[in-house]
Write a new protein. Structure first.
Length: 269
């Protein structure tokens, strides 16, 4: 026991806990406010006094709309001046000149429309003929006009024939007789440029195109009133078309009857 007491006497006395000083207050600019504090700090907007609202509404300019029983609006708007509907009547000479000018404009528009229409038909026929030649395989050791190549080009040949037939029927329905004759000679030229096949039976579509166009041309000749100069021009072109096919011979006979020209020296066989 004496040894324990001596050891305890030699030990240092236990220190008491020191009190932690209070922290210094933070700067107000760096203080973080909670979300509730922010919401509580917001005060509701103060209501606008009724007297101020009334004064503001009285200060705004208003416009009264007065609708009478007859449905007319009588506001502060200036009425528009009525247009003068009185026009000076045209004289007889002015009326004749106006009608003549309208007829000339219509005729010029008709020529432009006919020319543009024939140009479109020519481009269409050129495209159909090009599709026929594109469908023919040329990388072959044998002939490119045999049955194999004909089967490749057959759908495009049918399309070419249908195009000639449909355009001719449209022009006949519209009674554009001169356009029918021009379309016949134009399509006749493109038909003659189609490929010649090795087998004679494969050229039947070409002859069918000639027959259809000749029928259209004959119908147009029977309905159209041709001038002598126009008749002789068509007769010369049809004689040239006869070199490709004899299907146009009835058209030549009809045209000779209309023009009154009998060329016995011409071979129509």
């Amino acid at each position: 026991m004496a040894a324990v007491a001596a050891a305890a006497a030699t030990c240092q006395p236990r220190r008491a806990l020191e009190e932690i000083p209070t922290p210094q207050p933070k700067i107000e600019a760096r203080m973080r406010r909670s979300y509730l504090d922010i919401l509580n700090s917001r005060s509701p907007p103060s209501p606008i006094p009724r007297a101020k609202i009334m004064s503001t509404s009285n200060a705004m300019p208003t416009q009264s709309l007065d609708f009478s029983t007859d449905g007319e609006w009588r506001g502060n708007v200036k009425p528009c001046k009525k247009m003068d509907e009185s026009y000076a009547p045209m004289s007889e000479h002015q009326l004749v000149q106006l009608i003549r000018s309208l007829i000339l404009v219509e005729q010029s528009q008709e020529r432009i429309r006919l020319t543009s229409g024939l140009r479109y038909l020519q481009e269409d026929l050129q495209l159909k003929k090009a599709n026929v030649y594109r469908s023919i395989p040329y990388s072959r050791f044998g002939s490119n006009r045999d049955a194999h190549c004909y089967r490749k080009a057959y759908p495009h040949l049918v399309v070419f024939k249908v195009t000639c037939q449909q355009w001719g029927q449209v022009l006949l329905q519209n009674k554009e007789w001169d356009a029918v004759l021009e379309h016949t000679l134009l399509a006749w030229q493109y038909t003659s440029e189609l490929p010649q096949w090795d087998m004679a039976s494969h050229n039947a579509l070409r002859e069918q195109c000639y027959s259809v166009m000749a029928a259209h041309s004959l119908t147009a000749l029977q309905q159209h009133c041709l001038t002598p100069s126009r008749g002789h021009e068509l007769l010369r072109r049809m004689k040239m078309a006869q070199l490709h096919s004899q299907s146009i011979v009835p058209c030549i006979h009809e045209l000779q009857r209309i023009v009154g020209c009998d060329d016995n020296s011409m071979d129509l066989k």
